[in-house]
Design a protein around this ligand. Structure first.
Ligand SMILES: C[S@@+](CC[C@H](N)C(=O)[O-])C[C@H]1O[C@@H](n2cnc3c(N)ncnc32)[C@H](O)[C@@H]1O
Length: 236
């Protein structure tokens, strides 16, 4: 089952693309496995997701995206707080997706949908629909030789820029100073996106974010968390 999902959605290491993740055949619980088997068709059906988005658009409510949903807790928290909006959660880590699916079913949450696979691929099938994009604690790839694997780079911002509404906000958090600097730099040189706080400035921690697993780790290690918020440039 897991192998089939990996092949179908994630592509594994068989392609030459530089990915921001490594597919690990790590431990998966029986409950996570069962959730992937039984609930993915309900929560990750692209046709249904597109129909939901069309409906949401017609009501004027928001379509939001969390990239790297992790254990899904923050995504579910945001969805509960904003029941009229839809929240798409993207990830490649199947145990985390399995846990998220179980929570969605357990709490009867119907405004969350899941995109399984590399966001660089899954985003391609969507238009300019997103109102808020959240990227909390993306893998930092701190070693110099791994920096090229970082999710947030120039090409990624170019892709994102094509998917956001004019009044969209992109919220990013990282505890890796070097990654924060490189993100601020790509925002600075972007033609389409700018820092909402002004050049090179970090923003305040959003009060609505649940303490995520990786944020907790950062705080336990006494690491500083850099919050970055960007918006589309107002180009006439
Ligand atoms: C360090 S974890 C942070 C998870 C969560 N946001 C948190 O703060 O606890 C980064 C997450 O991003 C996911 N990820 C990495 N590259 C991705 C990609 N290209 N597309 C979708 N998810 C990705 C990883 O699988 C992982 O779950």
């Amino acid at each position: 089952m897991i192998e089939r999902i990996e092949q179908q959605h994630i592509g594994g290491s068989s392609t030459n693309k530089i990915r921001s993740f490594v597919v690990r055949s790590g431990r998966i619980t029986i409950a996570q496995n069962r959730a992937l088997e039984q609930l993915l068709p309900k929560y990750a059906n692209l046709t249904e997701i597109r129909e939901r988005i069309e409906h949401i658009k017609s009501t004027g409510n928001q379509v939001n995206l969390e990239i790297g949903l992790g254990d899904g807790k923050n995504l579910i928290h945001m969805a509960k707080e904003n029941p009229n909006s839809i929240f798409l959660g993207s990830d490649v880590h199947l145990p985390g997706i399995g846990s998220t699916l179980n929570s969605l079913e357990l709490h009867n949450i119907n405004n969350v949908r899941v995109l399984v696979g590399d966001i660089n691929d899954t985003l391609l099938s969507f238009g300019r629909i997103f109102q808020n994009i959240f990227i909390f604690f993306p893998d930092p790839w701190p070693k110099k030789r791994h920096n090229k694997r970082r999710l947030i780079n120039r090409e990624f911002l170019d892709l994102i820029a094509k998917k956001i509404k004019v009044d969209c906000k992109i919220y990013i958090a990282t505890d890796c100073k070097d990654y924060a600097t490189s993100i601020l730099n790509v925002i600075e040189i972007s033609k389409e996106i700018e820092n909402s706080e002004g050049s090179w400035r970090v923003s305040k921690r959003p009060s609505w974010r649940l303490l995520t697993k990786f944020e907790r780790r950062a705080l336990q290690a006494n690491s500083r968390v850099y919050e970055i918020c960007c918006i589309p440039k107002n180009i006439d």
